[in-house]
Design a protein around this ligand. Sequence first.
Ligand SMILES: NC(=O)c1ccc[n+]([C@@H]2O[C@H](COP(=O)([O-])OP(=O)(O)OC[C@H]3O[C@@H](n4cnc5c(N)ncnc54)[C@H](O)[C@@H]3O)[C@@H](O)[C@H]2O)c1
Length: 341
Amino acid sequence: MRCLVKAKAEEGLWLEERPVPQIGPDDVLIKVRKTGICGTDVHIWNWDAWAQKTVPVGLVTGHEFAGEIVALGRDVTDLKVGQRCSGEGHLIGTHSRQSRSGRFHLDPETRGIGVNEPGAFAEFLRLPAFNVVPLPEGIDDEVGAILDPLGNAVHTALSFDLVGEDVLITGAGPIGIMAGAVARHVGARHVVITDVNPDRLALAARVADVVPVNVAREDLREVMGRLRLVQGFDVGMEMSGSPAALDQMVEAMVMGGRIAMLGIPPGRTAVDWSRIVFKALTIKGVYGREIFETWYKMIAMLENGLEIRGVITHRFPAARFEDGFAAMRSGLSGKVVLDWT
Ligand SMILES: NC(=O)c1ccc[n+]([C@@H]2O[C@H](COP(=O)([O-])OP(=O)(O)OC[C@H]3O[C@@H](n4cnc5c(N)ncnc54)[C@H](O)[C@@H]3O)[C@@H](O)[C@H]2O)c1
């Protein structure tokens, strides 16, 4: 099969031929149709310090996918060949307290496909049947391929009650934009999204009913005045990883506001904790998706009219993966989807 491999300890990925994976008794074999490129894949492409210490050379990369089940392991009884699916890319263990109490997304033994284990940038993917998420007819392969990052957005957005609330999202990357769409879908009043990249803000305004603010040029306080947000935002979602954005968010929150943090800051960063204490803010770190509650909620919302397809800005056949990565690395794209059919 064709697959995208981290074949050398240097910048890049390489399209190679590999044997189709063997499946165990509890696994399924998935014929991959579409995959999304994630920021994580760009780190692996770039071979930065994180990738060098995490990703084994020779690994098949990729973790955002949709496809079709083509073979079942001996003990898999509740899935069918021909079933279209996506799936959770975190492979959990069964030993930890978290896992044994059903809080699978908090399992410290978790291993990721495309990061620690063979991934989905391939014509075929082996996945434990437990991780498979069947796709209903209304969700096509293209949207199926970006359910993983939509799950990050949904997990973050549903961390706090949003009904009637005023929401600030910092970072109009694909995940921030999808979180904006989710926040509006579930009933937030005002959703303001900030970035310093005008292309990203324009995309946000096309995809979701949000107020885009370029904080490099505009004063967030002025926008808040225009929207009559006298005290500030009730809920914040930090989705940029920028320490400056978190700082601005803390400043713009109401007393007792709640912040969900998905963005990953670059190493140790300075935080003005006294302001957080005096504002009595709640800050929640968000990792991955809730397995499988987030999947349930996002599929239900997509079936109930949540529209996020516009966040996909580039589509390429898998053979043109270099163009796909170039689009991602430009910092101007939304989601980039590769076609493996
Ligand atoms: N916690 C998790 O499980 C998890 C999972 C996926 C992604 N992430 C992180 O979530 C974040 C969002 O992911 P993405 O793929 O959308 O990222 P992205 O890098 O595509 O988007 C981040 C955006 O933040 C913007 N930004 C930079 N400085 C800013 C500032 N001062 N104010 C406002 N915006 C600013 C950038 O211009 C960019 O458009 C990233 O930090 C990513 O690493 C975390």
